[in-house]
Every structure is written in structure tokens, then in C-alpha cells.
Write a protein that binds this ligand. Structure first.
Ligand SMILES: *Cc1c(COP(=O)(O)O)cnc(C)c1O
Length: 462
């Protein structure tokens, strides 16, 4: 089979998968043992025909794929893929450019430049901020906190890149205590130490306690981590107040806006992020609310020099922008802790062009509207308590048991919904109680999907 035939056949398989999303159960039908039996062949001694490899892959994975790119999937914060973004992602793979340097792929380097500027505009972030395209929010946090570490210690006469952390003043990291676990991992990876991660407290809804922040801020080098979109409730920290307090102490403010910062792209929701532009760094995901395929995250840093000092690199065998006639070219490897990488900005570029500013606002507003409809619809079923009404695209409900064991009942209902295959919701623990998360981040979710999901929950209750 020619490469041409192989790619056309594979495209047909991909299209069939997407066309079948509406009909297939969302949960996998095969268990771990079956998947291992189907996929776990002995290491082949000799190669197989390309077509056979692909046909086997399609067949053997089918019963173990989660329908998470479909419109009735409301687990975690998992976005779908816009058609233009998916198609651009295929092209990115076919072009196979190494998006480390401008010189190793000039067109995709310029795509990244343009896309970074568009994102700042869409999200209302300062024009002078530098940016990097990472695998996701996790590496965006690592990049942002590396820049913070550089700047905070440089301000105390400590060159952390050269001297390391031994003997350096400790960098404190203050949070509400409700931070996403990826913040803690970034703190660990950067050697800041989780002993220096301090919770200042939060209100019952999960917003950072501003009085607690004022109390715990000192003149020691400090990063304040705020959230645009708490993972369970979608709530926003009071950015203006918290940034003012942090600024008075010379602290660095980092905002985890993995999904919630997209509220800035909606006229209706923009008030929720008021003041967020005063922070020093921001994390946002593309693979969640913008609906581009995995892996796609963004980091923005108000201080390009700190950002670059923390993660850039030089090697004599490379051709760096600035060494060439293209003096203003931008090398991607200066802005993420990665070397060779795929041209991750290309699907983002395509998504933004396919939607435009208005389409992105409609995507965001539509998900919020569907979240409200889901929460209201489920709340109308017998024995349901709403624990968190949606502010944006996240809501929490639980299922009440006659025997009073609401946690067990809630977990049992979630499991029954998942097994039913018509909708998929996940669980969480919120203020000590088990809850079902209602999380809408997919352009494919429509009124019909919402109605089917409510019916699926109803069926699981009886
Ligand atoms: C998903 C998420 C993360 C981690 O993002 P990845 O893109 O999966 O690395 C961090 N913070 C919040 C609030 C999230 O929702």
C-alpha cells in the first residue's frame, strides 16, 4: 500500500470514529485484561505491512476508547477537538517540523508568534508578556514558577540558575489550599519544596481568603498562586485585591487559569476575571476549553527577561535567531523547558481562525449555558441536592440516600451513569462530601446531548 493510500484509509477510520461517537457507549466496553490480551502481543521480530498495523490498531483499541471527545462526556475538564484544529493537527504531524527553532521550521515559528499574540488579545493579558506553548497546564506552571524563582531570587542578589537553591533564601508559595495538584508538582520539580507551600485559607466556595493572604504575606520571596476557575466549582479568586496585596510585598502572582481564564473571551463573563491582568504569570490550556487536541497549554509571563533567563538555552550546533539575518525571529526553545517538539501552535492557530473572537465567546457562553441546563435538569430529579451552582462551566450535585449515606449513594449513581454509557460524569469530594461533577467543555454538547444526559441520570436513580 502506498503512503497515499494508507493516509486516506486512516483518515476514513478517524472520520468513522467521530461519526460513530453519538451512537457508541461513552465508557469502554473492554476491561483491562481484554485490552492487554488484544494489544499485548510479543515484540515482533519482523515488521508487518503498514495497513495491517493500522487496521489492527483500529480494531484492538476500539472497545477501550473513552468517548471523551463527544458531547455527552462531562468528566474532569476534558475538551473536544474542533474540526479545523484536528485537521491542522494532522498537518502538523505530516509536516513534521521541529518547532525548537525558527531555523528548523520558519513557517511554524511564525504561526506560534502570531498565535501567542492572538491569545494575549483574546484573554486580555498584557501585550508585553512573553509566552510559551507547552504540553499542558502542568508544564506551563513549571515554566511560570521557574521564571518567578529566577526573578524573586535575582532581586535578593541570588543567581539561582548558576548557584542552585542550596543556600538560597527559601521561596514561599502561598495558595488558597484549594489549588490544583499540578501546582504542588511544579513546586516539587523546581526544588522549592512543599514545606514552603502554605495555604492561607479559602471561603466555603473555594476563593482565596484575602485577610489570610494579607496576614501570611511577608517580605520574603513569595509566589502567590491564584485561580481562574477552581477545579470543582469554577470559582475565581479576587484578583484585584490579591494582586494589590502581593504587589505591596514584592510577591509574584501566578494565575492558574487552565480552563477558567477563557471567561475573559466572553463579554458576559469577563467581569469574573477583573484584575487578572495585574498578575505576573498565567497558565491556560488549549486542550480544554479552546477544544484543540491534546497536548496544548500556554504560559504567559509579564517579565520576558525572567522567563527567558529561567528556561532558554544555547548550543553551538544550533542556529539561534539573532545569529542570523532574521534578527527578530523567535526561537520557541527560549520559552519552554523543551528542545525538539511538535509545532503545537498550529492547531491553536486553526482553532482561533475557525471560530474568531465571536465564535470563541459563543463556545464559552454555550458551555456555560449547557452547564446551567444540566445542573437545573438534574436538580429537578428526586433526591438530588445541588452543592455548587455553576458560575461558569462547572457544577456539583449529590444524590441523597434514605439511609443517610449520601456519599455511597452518590458514588453508586455516578458508577451507574458511567456504566449506562449514555453520559459520563465523574466524582469528587467537596467540603467533605462526595459529589458528582458537571463539567461542560465541548463544542459538541448541544441541547439534545443535555437532555439525553439528564435522562441518563434519571435512569440511574431508579
Ligand atoms: C487541568 C488542570 C490543570 C492541569 O492541566 P494539564 O493541561 O492537564 O496539565 C491545572 N489546573 C487546573 C485548574 C486544571 O483544570
Amino acid at each position: 500500500m502506498t503512503t497515499d493510500d494508507l493516509l486516506r484509509r486512516t483518515a476514513a477510520h478517524a472520520a468513522d470514529f467521530l461519526a460513530g461517537l453519538d451512537a457508541r457507549p461513552l465508557a469502554p466496553t473492554a476491561g483491562l485484561d481484554e485490552l492487554r490480551a488484544a494489544l499485548g502481543r510479543a515484540l515482533p521480530e519482523d515488521g508487518l505491512a503498514d495497513a495491517e498495523v493500522i487496521e489492527d490498531l483500529v480494531r484492538d483499541t476500539a472497545p477501550g476508547l473513552l468517548g471523551s471527545t463527544g458531547g455527552r462526556f462531562f468528566g474532569w475538564v476534558v475538551g473536544g477537538s474542533l474540526p479545523a484544529a484536528l485537521a491542522a493537527d494532522w498537518l502538523t504531524t505530516a509536516w513534521d517540523q521541529n518547532a525548537a527553532l525558527h531555523a528548523s521550521g520558519p513557517a511554524v515559528a511564525v504561526v506560534e508568534e502570531v498565535t501567542g499574540a492572538w491569545l494575549k488579545e483574546l484573554l486580555g493579558l498584557p501585550g508585553e508578556a512573553s509566552f510559551g506553548f507547552t504540553t499542558g497546564a502542568q508544564l506551563a506552571h513549571v515554566t511560570a514558577l521557574a521564571a518567578a524563582r529566577h526573578q524573586l531570587l535575582a532581586g535578593r542578589g541570588w543567581d539561582v540558575e548558576r548557584r542552585g537553591l542550596a543556600g538560597a533564601p527559601a521561596v514561599r508559595v502561598l495558595t488558597s489550599g484549594r489549588q490544583h495538584a499540578s501546582i504542588e508538582r511544579a513546586v516539587r520539580l523546581l526544588g522549592l519544596g512543599t514545606d514552603h507551600l502554605r495555604a492561607v485559607g479559602s471561603d466555603a466556595d473555594g476563593r482565596i481568603d484575602v485577610a489570610g493572604l494579607a496576614r501570611d504575606l511577608t517580605d520574603a520571596p513569595t509566589v502567590v498562586c491564584l485561580q481562574a476557575g477552581e477545579i470543582n466549582t469554577g470559582l475565581f479568586d479576587p484578583f484585584a485585591e490579591a494582586c494589590a496585596l502581593a504587589a505591596a510585598r514584592g510577591a509574584w502572582v501566578h494565575v492558574d487559569g487552565a480552563f477558567g481564564l477563557w471567561a475573559a473571551a466572553s463579554e458576559r463573563l469577563r467581569h469574573l476575571v477583573a484584575g487578572v491582568e495585574r498578575a505576573d504569570s498565567w497558565t491556560v490550556d488549549g486542550h480544554k476549553w479552546l477544544n484543540v487536541p491534546f497536548d496544548s497549554g500556554f504560559v504567559f509571563v509579564r517579565h520576558p527577561d525572567a522567563h527567558r533567563a529561567a528556561v532558554s538555552t544555547r548550543a553551538s550546533y544550533l542556529v539561534h535567531a539573532g545569529d542570523t539575518a532574521e534578527a527578530t525571529a523567535r526561537d520557541q526553545l527560549d520559552w519552554t523547558p523543551e528542545w525538539s517538539r511538535r509545532a503545537r501552535a498550529v492547531p491553536v492557530y486553526a482553532a482561533i481562525r475557525a471560530l474568531g473572537r465571536n465564535g470563541i465567546a459563543e463556545l464559552v457562553d454555550g458551555c456555560v449555558e449547557h452547564t446551567h441546563r444540566l445542573v437545573d435538569g438534574i436538580a429537578g430529579l428526586p433526591g438530588v441536592e445541588v452543592l455548587a451552582r455553576p458560575v461558569i462551566n462547572q457544577g456539583l450535585v449529590r444524590f441523597l440516600a434514605e439511609d443517610g449515606d449520601h456519599d455511597a449513594r452518590t458514588d453508586a449513581v455516578i458508577e451507574r451513569v458511567q456504566r449506562g454509557g449514555a453520559a459520563w460524569f465523574g466524582g469528587t469530594t467537596w467540603n467533605g462530601a462526595r459529589a458528582m461533577r458537571i463539567s461542560v467543555v465541548n463544542w459538541r454538547t448541544d441541547d439534545r446531548a443535555v437532555d439525553r444526559a439528564i435522562a441518563a441520570v434519571h435512569a440511574a436513580l431508579t
